[in-house]
Structure formats: structure tokens, C-alpha cells
Design a protein around this ligand. Structure first.
Ligand code: FAQ
Length: 152
């Protein structure tokens, strides 16, 4: 199975609070390319509470943000035939813009499932559509425009 995209980023670009493997205080989200979609999971702790029993929207936006940039990098690698078996990969994206729609309260303590599909790639710009579900119910959707960093 392909590795998580975040485990393939170069060391110096792996400190992100949301998904950096080199940030022990962070969420360490892992995004996997499975066929033509991307997947990640995350189970929030009570400290991320909004209304009791439900998850704070900022966490949901963060998860969509990091799943979005990770998905964009994965789709770029897929398009360019770059292996997701060994790192570091020469592809890293940052968030240009992120839109989140909150569809339903997100239940606390449940495993959240994130999925991403590629909308389009235009040069360094990558648009990805996402959804975040719990117990099979879509709680939020997201759209990201991720920008590929220029190679140094
Ligand atoms: C890098 C860039 C996004 C783009 O600058 P440059 O490279 O100089 O490129 P340029 O400006 O030429 O644009 C290229 C193309 O893209 C377009 N476009 C750009 N933006 C927008 C937009 N908003 N909306 C729409 N379009 C936009 C622009 O028009 C152009 O289009 P064109 O080719 O003419 O058709 C810069 O604005 C920046 O750093 N922003 C802050 C990013 C940031 O802080 N993000 C949050 C933190 S990162 C994180 O959380 C994850 C992380 C952690 C650790 C490690 C890595 C990731």
C-alpha cells in the first residue's frame, strides 16, 4: 500500500501543526491515496468540544485544510507518475484558499472520515473537493485551492 503522503514530505516541510510528522504536539493527520480518491481518519478528544457532544468547527477546518493540501500533493504525484512508496517527494502544497460548509453537528469521540477527490489541476494550482463524515453522515464539506510550492 502507498504510504501516507505526509510521511513522504521532506523533513524541513514536516512540522505542520495539522499534519507534520515532526510535530509531536500536532494532529499528525495522515492522507492516503486510494484509487482516485484520498482518505484520512481522525478521532477528536473532548478538548475539541464546541457544543457539548460535538466537535469545534476550527478543528474540522484544520482537518480539511491538511487533508486538502495532502490530497493535492498526492494527485500531483499521481498525475506525474511519482511513486508514493518512497520519499522524499518533490511536491509540497500550501493552502491558497479554503471553503468549509458545516452541514451537521460533528459528534465527539467518533472516528471522522475524510475523503478528497480531484476537481482540477492547472499548473501549480490544484482544486480538491472534500467531505468529512461521522457514522456515515456528511458533517462538513470543503473545497481547497492548493498551490504547489516552487522547487528550490
Ligand atoms: C505560495 C503562495 C500561495 C503563492 O505565491 P507564489 O508561489 O509566489 O505564486 P503566485 O502568487 O504566482 O500564485 C500562483 C497562482 O496561484 C494563484 N493564487 C494564489 N493564491 C490564491 C488565492 N488565495 N486564491 C486564488 N488564486 C490564488 C495565483 O493567482 C497564481 O495563479 P496563475 O498562475 O497566475 O494563474 C503565496 O501566496 C503564499 O505563501 N501564501 C500563504 C500561504 C499560507 O500561508 N497558507 C496557509 C499555511 S500552509 C499550510 O497550512 C500547510 C503547510 C504546512 C507546512 C508546509 C507546507 C504547507
Amino acid at each position: 500500500m502507498a504510504k501516507a503522503i505526509q510521511d513522504l514530505y521532506p523533513e524541513n516541510l514536516s512540522h505542520c501543526y495539522g499534519c507534520g510528522r515532526n510535530n509531536p504536539e500536532g494532529y499528525q493527520l495522515k492522507t492516503y491515496l486510494v484509487g482516485n480518491e484520498t482518505r484520512a481518519t481522525f478521532t477528536p478528544e473532548d478538548k475539541y468540544t464546541a457544543i457539548p457532544g460535538s466537535v469545534y468547527g476550527g478543528l474540522i477546518a484544520s482537518l480539511l485544510d491538511c487533508h486538502g493540501t495532502g490530497s493535492a500533493a498526492a494527485f500531483l504525484c499521481q498525475k506525474e507518475g511519482i511513486s508514493l512508496e518512497v520519499g522524499p517527494i518533490p511536491v509540497r502544497c500550501v493552502t491558497g484558499s479554503l471553503k468549509v460548509d458545516f452541514k451537521a453537528l460533528t459528534p465527539m469521540g467518533e472516528e471522522l472520515e475524510l475523503k478528497g477527490v480531484l476537481r482540477s489541476i492547472e499548473g501549480r494550482k490544484v482544486w480538491v473537493d472534500m467531505r468529512l463524515s461521522a457514522r456515515g453522515i456528511v458533517c462538513a464539506t470543503g473545497e481547497i485551492l492548493a498551490i504547489r510550492l516552487k522547487e528550490e
